[in-house]
Design a protein around this ligand. Structure first.
Ligand code: ARG
Length: 562
C-alpha cells in the first residue's frame, strides 16, 4: 500500500485538486507528534477563498477515514495524518522485503550515456580521477535501478600533441625495457624530461607536433608507438578499475574520433559556423558571452573540444540517448558550456540533454599521503594504503576474522568510495584516514559494520523469515523509526538521480544504520519472547537487505562478517 497515494486519493475527493499535485505537496513532518504525512492547505486559499487554517478545518471534517488511518489532526494550515501503526508496519515490511524493492521502471526504454573516469593515458591515474570514476559509477547503478539503460563510457584522453612529445621523448631518452618494467611511471619520467629539454631547445616542440600529424595521418611507426603507450596505460588503469569494481561498456577515447572529425568540421563549415582567427578555425561565441571555441589549430591539429563535439554527435546517433552526462572537475565548466553551445548552434535540439556534472577537488590531509612520486598521489597506492590501514584495524578488533585479507579490501576500498560520495559533489573531498576509517563515524566502514552486525544476528540465531509475523510487535517508536527510513529507500534513489547526487543515498544509509543501531541497542532480539522475536528478525532482515542494496548502488561491497 502506498500511503501517500491513498491519502492523495482521499484528498482528491474533497479538494478537487489532482492526485499528482497532492502527492507533490504532501510532506513528511519533521516530528512524529505531527503525524506521518502532512498536507499544507496554503495553495487552496485562492480556490476556496478562505484562510488556509479554516480550509484545513473544513476538509478535515469531510475526509473519509478508512482503517489505515488512525487519526487526522489539524495544525494551523496543515492536515496531519496518523497512520495506524499495525497497518503501517505490516505494509512497509511486506513492501521492503519484496525482491524488487528499490528498483523501478520509470526509466524503461530510455538511455543515459555516462562519460566518467576518462583519465589521460601515459599519465598516472591520480586521485582527481577517482572522483569522476566513483561518482559516475554510482550514478550508473542509480539510473539502472530506475530502469534506465546505461552506457558507461571511458572517454580516455588518448589523443593529442602530448603523444607526439612522448614519441620524441622515447626516441631520445627512453628504453623499451624501462617502460615495460616501470610502465606509466617511466612514461611520466620521459614526458617530464621532454618539457625540461624543450625549454632549452624549442625545436623539439616542432618535432613533437610533426609526430602527432603523422599519428593523425595514420602513419605506421607513429601509431605503433602510440598503441604501445596505450596498452601499457590501460593495463595499469584496469588494475585500478578491478580494485574499485568499476566497469565500462565502451573504451571509446579521444583517438576513436580521429577519422570522424573531418565530417563534423565539414558540417560546421556547411552551417556557416566556422571562422578564421589568427590562422586557426573557431566558432564564435560572442553572443553567448564566452570566448570562442577552438576547432582547428593553426598547425592543422584538432582539439579536445573538436573531439567532444564529434563524440556527442556519434553518441546521439549510436545510442539515441535521452541524456548524456559528463563527470569532470569544476574547472572544465567553460569547456563544456562552450562546446554544448556549438552543438546548439549546429541546430541540434538535443544539446539540452548534454549535462556537465562537475565536482570539487580532492585535498590531502597533511603530508601523510605524499609519495615518492612527488605531488601526484597514485590511485593504486592510495587504495593499497586504505587496505593496509584497514588490516591494522581488523588485527586489533577482530584478529580471528576468517577471510581477513578480502574483508580488508572490501572495507578499505569501500571507505575511500564512501568518503568521496559523502557530500554534495561540488564540495572538496579531504582524505583523512582517521576519519574515513572510523567504525563509529559517518563512514563506509560504519554502514558495512552495521550490515555485518545484522548478518551476525541472523547467523547466530540461524534465523529465517517467519511465515506469519505479528506486526503489532513493531509499533514501538524505535522500530517505527527504522520502518519509516526503510520505506524511503526508493524515493532516495529517485532524488539522487534527479539531482545527480549520490550523496543522497550515502546519507540515507548512515541514517538507516543509526536508527538500526538504536533499535539493536534498545531491544533484545534473539532472546525476546515468541512473536516479538520473529517480528524483530523480520526487521533485521529488511535492514540488512536495504543496506546491502544501498551500498551496491554506491559501488561498495557488503561483507557478512568484519
Ligand atoms: N581526459 C579528461 C581529463 O582528464 C577528462 C575527459 C572528460 N570527458 C569528456 N568527454 N571531455 O581531464
Amino acid at each position: 500500500m502506498n500511503f501517500k497515494l491513498e491519502i492523495a486519493t482521499l484528498l482528491e475527493k474533497v479538494t478537487g485538486v489532482t492526485q499528482q499535485e497532492i502527492i507533490n505537496a504532501i510532506e513528511i513532518p519533521p516530528q512524529k507528534e505531527m503525524g506521518d504525512f502532512a498536507y499544507p492547505c496554503f495553495r487552496l486559499a485562492k480556490q476556496f477563498k478562505k484562510a488556509p487554517p479554516l480550509i484545513a478545518q473544513e476538509l478535515c471534517e469531510k475526509i473519509e477515514r478508512p482503517d489505515f488511518i488512525e487519526e487526522i489532526k489539524i495544525q494551523n494550515a496543515y492536515i496531519n495524518f496518523f497512520i495506524n501503526k499495525n497497518v503501517y508496519s505490516k505494509e512497509v515490511l511486506q513492501e521492503v522485503l519484496k525482491q524488487d524493492f528499490g528498483t523501478n521502471k520509470i526509466g524503461q526504454g530510455k538511455t543515459i550515456v555516462i562519460d566518467y573516469s576518462s583519465p589521460n593515458i601515459a599519465k598516472p591515474f591520480h586521485v582527481g580521477h577517482l572522483r569522476s570514476t566513483v561518482i559516475g559509477n554510482a550514478l550508473y547503478h542509480i539510473f539502472e535501478a530506475l530502469g534506465y539503460h546505461c552506457e558507461g563510457i571511458n572517454h580516455l584522453g588518448d589523443w593529442g600533441t602530448q603523444f607526439g612529445k612522448l614519441i620524441v621523448a622515447y626516441q631520445k631518452w627512453g628504453s623499451k625495457e624501462a617502460i615495460e618494467q616501470k610502465g606509466i611511471q617511466e612514461l611520466m619520467r620521459i614526458y617530464v624530461k621532454f618539457h625540461e629539454e624543450a625549454e632549452k631547445q624549442p625545436a623539439l616542440e616542432d618535432e613533437a607536433r610533426s609526430w602527432f600529424v603523422k599519428m593523425q595521418d595514420g602513419e605506421k611507426e607513429a601509431l605503433t608507438l602510440w598503441k604501445w603507450f596505450y596498452d601499457i596505460s590501460i593495463k595499469e588503469f584496469d588494475r585500478v578499475y578491478a580494485m574499485l569494481q568499476v566497469h565500462f561498456d565502451a573504451y571509446t577515447g579521444e583517438s576513436f574520433y580521429n577519422d570522424k572529425m573531418a565530417a563534423v568540421v565539414e558540417e560546421l563549415k556547411q552551417k556557416n559556423l566556422l571562422q578564421q582567427s589568427e590562422g586557426a578555425m573557431i566558432v564564435n561565441l560572442e553572443e553567448e558571452k564566452m570566448p570562442p571555441c577552438l576547432i582547428i589549430r593553426k598547425d592543422g591539429g584538432t582539439l579536445y573540444a573538436t573531439r567532444d563535439i564529434t563524440a556527442a554527435i556519434y553518441r546521439k546517433n549510436t545510442y539515441h540517448f535521452d541524456k548524456c552526462i559528463y563527470l569532470t572537475a569544476l574547472d572544465q565548466n567553460l569547456h563544456f558550456s562552450q562546446w554544448f553551445h556549438v552543438i546548439k548552434k549546429m541546430g541540434y535540439d538535443w544539446w539540452k540533454d548534454l549535462i556537465h556534472v562537475p565536482f570539487g577537488l580532492v585535498s590531502l590531509d597533511s603530508g601523510k599521503l605524499s609519495t615518492r612520486h612527488g605531488n601526484v598521489v597514485l590511485m593504486e597506492e592510495l587504495l593499497n594504503q586504505a587496505i593496509a590501514e584497514t588490516s591494522k584495524i581488523i588485527e586489533q578488533k577482530n584478529p580471528d576474522l576468517p577471510n581477513k585479507q578480502e574483508v580488508a579490501k572490501q572495507v578499505g576500498i569501500g571507505a575511500v568510495i564512501f568518503n568521496d560520495l559523502y557530500n554534495s559533489r561540488i564540495k572538496d573531498v579531504v582524505f583523512s584516514w582517521e576519519r574515513m576509517l572510523n567504525f563509529d563515524g559517518e563512514t563506509g566502514p560504519y554502514v558495512q559494520y552495521t550490515h555485518a552486525r545484522a548478518c551476525s544476528i541472523l547467523r547466530k540465531g540461524n534465523c529465517s523469515l517467519a511465515e506469519t509475523i505479528d506486526y503489532s510487535k513493531l509499533t514501538d517508536d524505535v522500530s517505527m523509526e527504522v520502518l519509516k527510513l526503510l520505506v524511503q529507500f526508493p524515493e532516495k534513489i529517485q532524488e539522487a538521480a534527479d539531482k545527480l547526487e549520490p550523496f543522497i543515498v550515502t546519507r540515507y544509509l548512515v541514517n538507516l544504520s543509526q536508527a538500526f543501531n538504536k533499535f539493536y541497542h534498545d531491544n533484545s532480539i534473539l532472546t525476546s519472547e515468541e512473536g516479538t522475536k520473529e517480528a524483530r528478525i523480520a526487521l533485521v532482515i529488511a535492514v540488512k537487505t536495504i543496506l546491502k542494496k544501498g551500498l551496491a548502488l554506491l559501488g561498495i561491497q557488503a561483507p557478512e562478517q568484519m
